[in-house]
Each structure stands twice: as structure tokens, then as C-alpha cells.
Design a protein around this ligand. Structure first.
Ligand SMILES: Cc1cc2nc3c(=O)[nH]c(=O)nc-3n(C[C@H](O)[C@H](O)[C@H](O)COP(=O)(O)OP(=O)(O)OC[C@H]3O[C@@H](n4cnc5c(N)ncnc54)[C@H](O)[C@@H]3O)c2cc1C
Length: 292
């Protein structure tokens, strides 16, 4: 351990309001800690810049999954275990349940939260592609009130997010309109558990008279931030899923997915796999349409 615990302060206010007041009264002084699976790695490595931590882990308001007729709302403090086991998530948002079950190890899934995953803003975050695919919105909260941000507007650059210093992510909202949609998710990593993605992808879509009516594709580890493949989707909208369309889509993907070399993989491998996964998802999408 390269950090000395006595150098740090950790407090646990009794309520969400008390946490928000603290973030507002002492801007940028306090860092929220939820499951701690990111923060404790930095702490252990002696790289945790902040000295003041405010625990949001016990707050019940952040730990609920609430289902209404047309929406599901997942509290930011929900763990991946809670998410992957939840009946309504499994039924209406199977890609998110799948991504949760592919995140880290069981221990990670027990501690790690969806809010921590999103606020940490890793380009490789496993929950991000599913949130693009399901048109998720984030609810952000501060003493100034709450606001909703479409997930695709949340990432502003490498580790830059649309979250003010006095705000918390309160919940993730997803419309229950993808029940009949085609859906696809894959994670490519060194091994099945405990591996950060070399590439991760999730997509939903629908066809009308053999042509693409809607498609939403999210991909991780191919850009400085999690990416919705808007340019690739544009090529696909209204097109029939034949070899020519798939080749066009692969080309479009290479224009917007610009991965880098890092310790987990190389840019060229990532580009190849991103194209292969896109092709696999489109062929499965076409086969799904043929079966309908
Ligand atoms: C061994 C290991 C394996 C891992 N494997 C994976 C993997 O396969 N896939 C993957 O995506 N991730 C993986 N991770 C990363 C990590 O587990 C996840 O990102 C997890 O979701 C983080 O959640 P947390 O609650 O533990 O975050 P914390 O460590 O508590 O916080 C992380 C950051 O988010 C902020 N934060 C937390 N909650 C909120 C909130 N509600 N509002 C605003 N800011 C907030 C904190 O201030 C901090 O900056 C792994 C980590 C480890 C250590």
C-alpha cells in the first residue's frame, strides 16, 4: 500500500441532502466514493489526488431500481450484481444485464456501481455501450435541483464529463421501448472475467420491410470516450442489410472509431476487431429480420 490512511478523511453524512450541501458548500474539496473499486485502486497505488472522501454508498435513494409502465430508473448506487439479477432489467434491458455480468469479477460486481462506472468515464467502461443502445438519460442532482442529460451528451472528451463539481449522478433512466428490438452485445478481452475490454459493443435495432428502421450502436475502447457510432448508424438507416451495406458500414466505422495502442491492445487489432464485431452484429441483425 503506497498511501497512509491517516492522511485521508472519510465521512458518511446521513442523507443525500447532506452530501449535496457538502459538495455545494465546499466545491471540488470532496470526492464522492460509492463502491470504491476505482478509488481504492488509486489509493493503494498512492495516486489518489483527493484527501477528502464523502461516502455515498449507504444512501438508499441511490440504490433503488424503480420500474414504471414505460421507464426503468436505476439508482446510481446500484451494484452490477443488483442490476444483472433484477427481473425487469433482465426482461427489458438484457444487454445491460449482460454487460453487468461481464464487468470485472463477482467481487467487483458486488461493490462496483453503475454511477461509479459512468463518472469514472473510462473509454472501456462496460456499461456505456448498452446505455447508448437503450437511449439512456442520466439524472444529475445538486442543491440547485435536478437535470436530465441524454447519455450521448455526457462524455465530452477523455475523462471529461458533463457533471459539475457540486453534482452527483442520481439515476439512469431508460425507456421500455426495446422489448421487441434486435439486440446484440459482445466484450472482447484477454479472458472472460476480470479483464478490461479491448473492445466492447452493444446495439439495438429494428427493421421495416427488410430495411433498417432504427439502429443504435455503442462501442467502448475505440475513442477517447465511450462512443455512439452515429456516422455508421447513418449509413445503415433505410438500407437493406446486404454485403454492400455491411462493407459501407465497416468503412464508416473506421472513420469514427479511432482506437489507440495501450497496455491492453494495439490500435490495429482494435480496428480489425471493431469491424469484425460490426459485421457480426449486422449479419445477426439480418438473420433476426429473416426469422420474423
Ligand atoms: C480488478 C478490477 C476489475 C475491473 N473490471 C472492470 C470491467 O471489466 N469493466 C468495467 O467497466 N470496469 C471495471 N473495473 C472498474 C470499476 O470496478 C467500475 O468502473 C465500477 O463501476 C466503479 O464503481 P464504484 O462504485 O466502485 O466507483 P468508485 O470507485 O466509488 O468511484 C469512481 C469514480 O466515480 C465517482 N462517483 C461514484 N459514484 C458517483 C455518483 N453517483 N455521482 C458522481 N460521481 C460518482 C467517484 O467520485 C470516483 O471519481 C474494474 C476495477 C477493478 C479494480
Amino acid at each position: 500500500m503506497r498511501s497512509y490512511p491517516a492522511d485521508y478523511e472519510l465521512i458518511t453524512p446521513g442523507s443525500l441532502d447532506a452530501v449535496l450541501c457538502l459538495l455545494s458548500d465546499e466545491p471540488s474539496q470532496w470526492t464522492p466514493i460509492a463502491g470504491g473499486t476505482e478509488i481504492m485502486v488509486l489509493f493503494g497505488a498512492g495516486k489518489l489526488a483527493t484527501r477528502k472522501l464523502v461516502s455515498i454508498s449507504p444512501l438508499p435513494e441511490l440504490r433503488e431500481i424503480v420500474e414504471s409502465e414505460d421507464l426503468i430508473s436505476i439508482g446510481s448506487g446500484c451494484s452490477f450484481t443488483q442490476i444483472r439479477r433484477h427481473a425487469a432489467v433482465k426482461k427489458h434491458f438484457p444487454l445491460l444485464a449482460q454487460c453487468a455480468s461481464l464487468t470485472g469479477s463477482i467481487a467487483n460486481q458486488n461493490r462496483g456501481t453503475i454511477g461509479g462506472n459512468l463518472a469514472n468515464a473510462s473509454p472501456a467502461a462496460d456499461s456505456s455501450p448498452a446505455l447508448f443502445a437503450y437511449a439512456a438519460e442520466l439524472e444529475l442532482i445538486s442543491t440547485r435541483g435536478t437535470r436530465r442529460v441524454p447519455y450521448e451528451q455526457f462524455h465530452l472528451g477523455y475523462k471529461k464529463i458533463a457533471l459539475a463539481a457540486d453534482e452527483l449522478i442520481r439515476a439512469v433512466h431508460m425507456p421500455k421501448r426495446f422489448g421487441e428490438s434486435f439486440c446484440y452485445a459482445r466484450k472482447v478481452g484477454t479472458r472472460n472475467a476480470q479483464a478490461i475490454s479491448k473492445i466492447c459493443v452493444a446495439a439495438t435495432g429494428s427493421l421495416r420491410h427488410g430495411r433498417v428502421e432504427e439502429i443504435r450502436i455503442g462501442m467502448g475502447s475505440v475513442a477517447p470516450a465511450p462512443l455512439r457510432l452515429i456516422g455508421t448508424e447513418r449509413v445503415l438507416l433505410g438500407a437493406a442489410l446486404n454485403d454492400a451495406t455491411i462493407a459501407e458500414a465497416r468503412k464508416a466505422l473506421l472513420n469514427e472509431a479511432v482506437p489507440i495502442d495501450d497496455i491492453r491492445s494495439t490500435a490495429s487489432y482494435r480496428q480489425l476487431i471493431a469491424g469484425n464485431l460490426l459485421e457480426e452484429l449486422l449479419r445477426e441483425f439480418a438473420a433476426w429480420g429473416d426469422r420474423k
